[in-house]
Write a protein that binds this ligand. Structure first.
Ligand code: AFP
Length: 338
């Protein structure tokens, strides 16, 4: 079978009218940066990249050396390309403008440079997540508020998994496609076109250690899954939890399942654990494009009007039928309390 490189695929997408030249260039640059991150991740202890950087990010979380390195790689790669108006990252309080020395483009890039970083030191898959928006016209200086667009406004989203293989999964709103990094040739090659998530599943991903802090509808839903064939669902379910959202979502995009990071009593005030702009929205876009669903347990993630660059939300995504059940449980519970 003739292999199709990412570059060829992007040309096809341009010809199909799905993307313009600037967006194509932006994706090429992001993919090139992720190849460099992949090399750094793979070096592990030999590259001197493991362990803490000794700093905290905006969320007050300790940064790993690879968090900082990955952030710098993505910033540096994107600064001079001429396709961005600004970018924003999990690792930076405020958006990063494009330096005056470089031409500016019309896109905004948001990213989590290295998601699942607690897994770095134990050699488990980590990833990069990114979301692309259009910059509003006639903006002299891009500020955080210009990024606060609904997930439905995304023009592209993707993630890269640094696992046994390095994979790029991408959507422009016309299906979800997977590219595998050919390490010998240094190029991403199309490995799956039009990925789809089955509507039904018997697999769920959630951090069960937090169970006692969950809301009642979440207790009900997972309790029923755990009861398996002896409970109301009448069949057994299996559980998987990598603690790298990218790896868990990739399993779901590949073979179905649900991924849940719900509200719990300890994180209620901050709105959830995962970040809307560079985790939940891009993953929701990919999952919906693959035929799945993504909600906060109550409403569609991509319909939320963002209020902050680093805003957190509860996340329920994956196989459509299961997301409908757990979302219905939350809405029924809310109704019964009013
Ligand atoms: P880190 O990047 O701090 O490791 O967080 C990863 C993450 O945001 C997401 O990728 C995981 O699904 C989730 O947090 C893991 O959460 P738990 O620590 O509760 O397992």
């Amino acid at each position: 079978m003739k292999s199709i490189s990412l570059i060829q695929f992007l040309i096809e997408e341009k010809r199909a009218g799905h993307i313009n030249s600037e967006l194509s260039l932006l994706i090429e640059v992001v993919a090139r940066a992720c190849k460099r991150i992949s090399v750094a991740v793979a070096k592990g202890a030999l590259g001197g990249v493991l362990g803490n950087a000794g700093t905290d990010n905006i969320q007050g979380e300790a940064q790993k050396k690879l968090d900082v390195i990955s952030n710098e790689i993505l910033l540096e790669a994107n600064a001079w390309g001429g396709h961005l108006a600004a970018c924003a990252s999990e690792e930076m309080d405020d958006p990063q403008p494009i330096p005056d020395a470089y031409p500016k483009g019309h896109h905004l890039l948001l990213f989590d440079p290295l998601d699942g970083s607690s897994n770095i030191d134990v050699n488990v898959s980590v990833g990069t997540i990114f979301s692309v928006l259009l910059c509003p016209d006639d903006i002299d200086e891009v500020r955080a508020e210009h990024f606060l667009q609904k997930g439905t406004e995304q023009v592209a989203a993707g993630y890269v998994v640094y696992g046994p293989s390095t994979l790029l999964v991408l959507t422009f709103g016309h299906g979800v496609h997977e590219f595998t990094l050919d390490r010998e040739h240094g190029s991403f090659v199309l490995s799956r076109r039009g990925m789809t998530i089955p509507a039904q599943t018997s697999e769920f991903a959630v951090n069960m250690a937090n169970q006692r802090h969950w809301e009642a509808p979440m207790q009900r839903y997972v309790g029923e899954l755990q009861a398996g064939s002896t409970g109301p669902r009448g069949r057994d379910f299996n559980m998987r939890w990598v603690a790298s959202m990218v790896a868990d979502v990739h399993r779901i995009v590949t073979r179905g399942g649900v991924f849940i990071y719900p509200l719990d009593a300890r994180i209620r005030e901050q709105g959830g654990k995962l970040r809307l702009m560079y985790e939940a929205n891009p993953m929701a876009f990919i999952v919906e494009q693959a035929g799945g669903a993504a909600t906060t347990g109550r409403e569609r993630i991509m319909g939320l009007q963002p209020t902050g660059l680093h805003q957190r939300v509860p996340v329920f995504l994956g196989s459509k039928d299961e997301i409908e059940v757990v979302t219905r449980y939350h809405l029924e519970s809310d109704d019964s309390r009013t």
